[in-house]
Design a protein around this ligand. Sequence first.
Ligand code: UDX
Ligand code: UDX
Ligand code: ADP
Length: 463
Amino acid sequence: MIENICCIGAGYVGGPTMAVIALKNPHIKVTVVDLNVQRIKDWNDSDLHKLPIYEPGLSEVVEKARGRNLFFSTDVDKAIDEAQMIFISVNTPTKTYGVGKGMAADLKYIELCARQIAMVSQTNKIIVEKSTLPVRTAETIQNILDNTGNGVSFQILSNPEFLAEGTAIADLESPDRILIGGNETPEGQMAIQSLVDIYSSWVPKDKIITTSLWSSELSKLTANAFLAQRISSINSLSELCEATGANIVEVSKAVGMDSRIGSKFIQASVGFGGSCFQKDILNLVYISKSLGLEEVASYWEQVIIMNNHQRTRFATNIIKTLYNTVSGKKIAFLGWAFKKDTNDTRESAAIYVADQLIEENANVSVYDPRVSEPQIRYDVKYLNSRSEEKNSKHLKVEPDPYKAFEDSHAIAVLTEWDEFRDYDWERIYKSMLKPAFVFDGRNILDSSKLKAIGFKIKSIGKV
Ligand code: UDX
Ligand code: UDX
Ligand code: ADP
């Protein structure tokens, strides 16, 4: 029976997942470790508002379990040494250099973890892949462990995480399914069972499915590819709607009522973001290409092409509508996070739209309820499109949304935060330059109400 777990990586996946595992299994000591000293300090802060990740319900879970059987530490070696089961939950960004640049997942953090586990371990351990990894990564990990270790034995499991940010705690508490892949040997099956036991503390047995390692790894990529493909499909049709006068909201509703299709994940938007969708599809494309499966690769690549097009199209529409020039014009951004209820900005459409507008010399003024100013500045800088001087001249971050609107030519809604609906839109209208334009990239505002006030509003997939 497992009594001691370690998780390497205290990020958006590792932190909330381990908090819930600890909450539901008071008899198991769970230690989450990270190289990032500040991150661990924030996880341990007595002020729960300072947790490094914003997720509804997370602070309550941390409050109950932290110090009882949930610990956050930078002592990676000690936690590895003591654990019977080690989750690897480090980031696997898309490679920014070398072979597979811009496509393949960069596995250097995973490899470092594997080498460290091999070096430290003096007893047999179960290693659980939590991060999304390209199919057959388990083989690489097994190889490193077997060739560099101290002669102890390792069982590798794949247990992909399906939580979505913003609803992580709810998703963890009642998951659609738990997927565990492992070796088909008796030792592999025993390892699978020990992880099944941990989840069984709160997840019904029929929702826990077990497969081979490879099926589990590929299922994670497939799930994200399907979800992203639905968004690109509806977004492609949003452009057709704008050109023909059909309404994408009506189309989504009508289509979604077909139980074979379903109503979720067909909401047109300025484009999907987040750390997973793009990375996982690029990964799928890369794997397919390396296996010579050109048709498979180009089929999935189109999902990314369409997403990039949707972001560009949104920015181009702003420029065209503002009489083909945004130079020197103030444009207020509502939202920077890649979706509501998170402070995560990875691959957020807002970053790309801002970059395109800054290139046209617009003055972008951003308000987001949860994203910090340094993060917003870092995101734009990271694209490396121009000098820092130019970025800082054209990018402002406002803690007060009403300040962002003052004397602006247009408002662009980039994230669907609930609070945006309830703003005093009469007051906003008065403070803006006329004509006052609103570009609703999330279709969350009441367009008839805004039109009645005097706004010129452009939504996605509607005329
Ligand atoms: C389809 C639509 O389902 C229906 O709503 C519309 O009114 C007409 O077009 P139909 O073509 O009669 O209906 O059959 P359908 O059950 O949709 O199957 C179409 C094809 O897809 C068949 O060749 C079927 O074998 C195939 N299919 C279906 C698969 O290959 N895999 C599946 O999972 C489902
Ligand atoms: C996703 C998967 O949902 C989750 O199962 C997996 O574990 C990690 O990747 P996440 O990226 O956190 O989760 O958020 P998700 O809710 O999937 O949203 C991704 C992006 O798609 C966001 O930018 C969101 O705004 C956008 N989106 C979502 C749409 O544009 N339209 C929709 O209908 C749904
Ligand atoms: P995710 O969304 O996958 O959780 P994050 O970037 O939020 O990704 O979290 C990953 C965490 O893993 C980061 O906090 C990073 O510092 C940590 N990390 C990366 N490599 C290692 C390593 N070798 N040892 C410990 N922590 C690591």
